[in-house]
Write a protein of this length. Sequence first.
Length: 226
Amino acid sequence: MTVIRLLLVDDDPLVRAGLSFMMGGAEDIEIVGEAADGGEVEELVRRTGPDVVLMDIRMPTVDGLAATERLRALEGAPQVVVLTTFHADDQVLRALRAGAAGFVLKDTPPAEILAAVRRVAAGDPVLSPAVTRQLMAHAVAGTADTRRAGARERIGALNEREREVAVAVGRGRSNAEIAAALYMSVPTVKTHVSRILAKLDLNNRVQIALLTYDAGLLDEDGRDGP
């Protein structure tokens, strides 16, 4: 059994205690440390080597956004799941742009938080298609012309097939769904996703989705395609 090393970051000691009790009871989860502020995270990560960081967004000194940006710049950075009380908060969107693998609400049932940590540790983002659409709609509503132009320029680095895969990722499709829609194998989809991440210097599928929305690709290609 693979044990997932987990770091908890929240300024509320009661929240940390509850998360520690809940997560620490799972056989495949090891709590390797706790932090009360984002400013403590980098050193703790270097010392404890977590696989996943469960990160509060709002903290008084260094917030979860700044801490996520710092972590994702590290070599061999752990995956980050942000904790929030809002479905489509601007700070959540900024954290996802910074490289967080997804988010969970603080009132999420314990079993779902455990499942989220396991999914992220396995390399899958923690955003359902429904939540992805809600977040992206919120993001697009505030997309500036300069951001759209920049996103289009970055997307221009992709070939036609990679662009199709990127659009499908933006719609919240799984690898299996993309494979079926584009008539390719799942391993081929994974290869395309890896190339997209490398070409665009992105961390995960969530950032691919955000970029496709910023570029207006879904509006152009419609909702009925892959």
